[in-house]
Design a protein around this ligand. Sequence first.
Ligand SMILES: *[C@@H]1O[C@H](CO)[C@@H](O)[C@H](O)[C@H]1NC(C)=O
Ligand SMILES: *[C@@H]1O[C@H](CO)[C@@H](O)[C@H](O)[C@H]1NC(C)=O
Length: 378
Amino acid sequence: MAEVVSRCHRNLVVFWMTMAVELLLLLSVCPEITPPRRTNLGDATQQPRAVKLIKENEQVVIDNGLVRVTLSTPDGFVTGIQYNGVENVDDKYQYSLEDKDNKVHGWMVANPPVGFWMITPSDEFRVGGPIKQDLNSHTGPVNLNMFVSTHYAGIDMDLEYKQGEPWKKVFGPFLVYLNSARSPGNYSTLWGDAKRQMLEEVRSWPYNFVASPDFPPADQRGQVFGQLVVADGYVSNKPIFAKGAYVFDLMPQLAYRNLGNGDYKAATWQIAFQLQNVLHTGNYTLQLALASASYAKLQVRFNDPNAPEPEFETPGRIGFDNAIARHGIHGLYRFYSIQVPSNKLRKGSNTIYLTQSLSTTPFQGVMYDYIRFEEPGQ
Ligand SMILES: *[C@@H]1O[C@H](CO)[C@@H](O)[C@H](O)[C@H]1NC(C)=O
Ligand SMILES: *[C@@H]1O[C@H](CO)[C@@H](O)[C@H](O)[C@H]1NC(C)=O
């Protein structure tokens, strides 16, 4: 890319680190511009919203009817973000994504036209697997590289060491990549250049310059071959290739009811269904999978919302992932297989009552992944 005139030499900018770092970019000139993490091209038939640019004395407002961004002039600082009329919706959790997708992120600025990027070519050393979510940048601008955290997971995924326990783990390497463009008008090319550099790093993984014996070079790494198939009798009688079996069937979240005076009340979700016949050959089974839980207690009742003893109750308070407050689409997965004696059901209309019964703070809630109600086997 011709516009990028100076590129730091790798030896200068590769940091070999054994702890998480937060690098603060102390550039007072930076407007807070971050490249889109994911571009949602949306439905092609949908009309795009008209964008209005309003120039005032000390600020410029960009408004598309849904999102309104205010920038100070002439500095270009973001001084306000409004979404649907609600002020200051920008917060650090809007800059997060699943670890498997977190390969390059950072900041760029038009004047002077420079970019500051965190390139992480492999997810192999991060804790929590490919769909653990974490932060990438902060407004500020701050550039993070998170290796371990309880974000979107809670203490269930915390690392704990016994006193005196020897422990060793490799984090990295990752690349801190700085680039610059010829003129302010060219600064948007910095993002494309950062992505190009990321692909180069991904191709070079595992790096051959790492001297530590704890980082296995390419010729000491194994490979796994095989075919992963998913057997799900509800979808198909034949095994499904894993590639085609990725299902994301996200249900509504259930938190609490806000009474508007600082108090919250337990919230109940009702699922109404019809049964032509009740089978008495064994128990029915409610398969209940949660995508997230935070300080929650879930109770399940059948046909009587006020039954003093729920048919099922999660063991104690569950979950610390805080995925709802962190705008996540999932935290940690939880699965409950609940036995329901047939005498709890009746011919005709039935209702399942799912109650999130703890409601002392606004951070309590669960997010459903899927719910399936099964007849007893014949
Ligand atoms: C970069 O800026 C120069 C002049 O400032 C302009 O001639 C050129 O077209 C720009 N290139 C791109 C890719 O925007
Ligand atoms: C049916 O469910 C009840 C209540 O959970 C349980 O006590 C019983 O063992 C179950 N019966 C069978 C056959 O699984």
